[in-house]
Design a protein around this ligand. Structure first.
Ligand code: NDP
Ligand code: 2IT
Length: 444
């Protein structure tokens, strides 16, 4: 396999999908050498079978707003690969959603899920519907219409969706309700459910906490910890909130958070009480991060990202490609020692090169944000066993999974000078498990 040739061919067959090409390119470059040590892989064209999704469902979603106006959106479910378990991955509702973004996310999810050590394949879905500014009734009616199509493709042993951007507890609840109505069955088809109907404790916290558990392992390799470290966080949604919570608990100082309008910079640090304000603002009132600056009198920068502020650690937790080459240069010039991604693919390839060239600790999302889907996997197990574990039990399992993922990255990613290339480590470790499973199951 010659990585550049495979990529060129994918670009020719699937043009205008830049995010998908970006995600595939990173993996191909990382695994090229290992792949070529196994001629049996190439003989069965494993690489194309792994890069091209098994199946794509695409449908129109029609719904009526509070004023009686009829809208159409697009709905998608990309079932990427189920070699190691049923399709599994989140649903994203955001105006920017398109096939390229969901294909990159489903591809990444396949590798991430392989790393978790749990038996889950990879998938992603969503819609270009944005819940922002919509009433509860509008969100519910949209979701009921979305589910009229999606229900046919999902199930507890087939494909198990969950949350992502724009999809939290409220949205998962509406999806579960409609799935139940259409199938007459109460099954564990979704994860991220409310606690009252089969949801796992710690699932809301899992991605953010997991990212910090991974970061702790990275810091340990340099004899460092989080105490008094200044942390730059982007986003103020599910992942960002619980990332901040864990940093604060471990003695670090969070100085930035953001939303799609801008970021706040609080040099005194976002305390536990101030984080409660953000959680209430975002989760209850669905307000804007600007209101934090108004409440506590700190700096707010409209239309910008937080990467020009000085910090020891960067924790991007909003969206893809939110750290570009210039941002990476600024972070490095300001003395950043670690970047641990809560979001999926938040750093551009040029930014990653800057981190690698400067030998800073850099964890790609498919390793460091795998805690969310891991606890989803634990939710599936609890549902199947019809029991629920305590918070402490789930948290303990989450920590151990993140430590195992870190270990796998070290095993496959340590370079001759001792620098740990977590991108290479995560991609090779994730790939080898899927490849072996695919080879065992015949040419499909
Ligand atoms: P939320 O919808 O809860 O929060 C998203 C946050 O990011 C919001 O603050 C949002 O601002 C901001 N944001 C979204 N899109 C953009 C954009 N285009 N530009 C700038 N800011 C943006 O989503 P999550 O916290 O769940 O997801 C955040 C990231 O983490 C995503 O990359 C997701 O794929 C990834 N992830 C999520 C997991 C989960 O379990 N939820 C698991 C693993 C990864 P605004 O409110 O203004 O839209
Ligand atoms: O990107 C992700 O890993 C998620 N959005 C969570 C997926 C899941 O199935 O819990």
């Amino acid at each position: 396999m010659i990585a550049s040739k495979v990529l060129d061919e994918l670009k020719r067959r699937f043009p205008n999908e830049p995010e998908y090409h970006q995600a595939v390119q990173e993996v191909l470059i990382s695994i090229e050498e290992v792949y070529n040590q196994h001629p049996e892989f190439e003989k069965e064209n494993l690489i194309e079978r792994l890069c091209i999704p098994d199946r794509i469902h695409q449908f129109r979603v029609t719904w009526v707003d509070d004023q009686g106006k009829t809208h159409t959106n697009m709905g998608y479910r990309i079932q990427h690969n189920n070699a190691i378990g049923p399709y599994k991955g989140g649903i994203r509702f955001h105006a920017s959603v398109n096939l390229s973004i969901l294909k990159f996310l489903a591809f990444e999810q396949t590798f991430k899920n392989s790393l978790t050590t749990l038996p889950m394949g990879g998938a992603k879905g969503g819609s270009d519907f944005s819940p922002r500014g919509k009433s509860n009734g509008e969100v519910m009616r949209f979701i009921q219409s979305f589910m009229l199509e999606l229900w046919k493709f999902v199930g507890p042993d087939t494909d198990i969706p969950a949350g992502d951007i724009g999809v939290g507890g409220r949205e998962v609840g509406y999806m579960v309700g409609m799935q139940k109505k259409l199938t007459h069955e109460f099954t564990g088809t979704f994860t991220g459910k409310g606690r009252e109907f089969g949801g796992s404790l710690i699932r809301p916290e899992a991605t953010g906490y997991g990212n910090i558990y991974f970061l702790q392992e990275m810091l340990k390799t340099q004899g460092a910890d989080l105490k008094d470290k200044v942390c730059l966080i982007s986003g103020s949604g599910n992942v960002a909130q619980y990332t901040a919570e864990k940093v604060i608990e471990l003695g670090g100082k969070v100085v930035t958070m953001s939303d799609s309008d801008g970021y706040i910079y609080d040099p005194a640090g976002i305390s536990r009480e101030k984080l409660d304000f953000i959680m209430e603002l975002k989760n209850l009132y669905r307000g804007r991060i600007r209101e934090y600056a108004e409440e506590f009198g700190c700096k707010y920068v409209e239309g910008a990202r937080p990467w020009s502020e000085k910090g020891d650690i960067a924790l991007p937790s909003a969206t893809q490609n939110e750290i570009n080459e210039d941002d990476a240069k600024k972070l490095v010039a300001n003395g950043v020692i670690a970047i641990s991604e809560g979001a999926n693919m938040p750093s551009t390839p040029e930014a990653i090169k800057i981190f690698h060239d400067n030998k800073v600790l850099y964890a790609p999302g498919k390793a460091s944000n795998a805690g969310g889907v891991s606890v989803s996997g634990l939710e599936m197990t609890q549902n199947a066993m019809k029991l629920s574990w305590t918070s402490a039990e789930v948290d303990e399992k989450l920590k151990s999974i993140m430590q195992n993922i870190h270990e796998a990255c070290v095993k496959y990613g340590t370079e001759s000078d001792g620098y740990i290339n977590y991108v290479k480590g995560a991609n090779i470790a994730g790939f080898m498990k899927i490849a072996k499973a695919m080879m065992s199951q015949g040419i499909l």
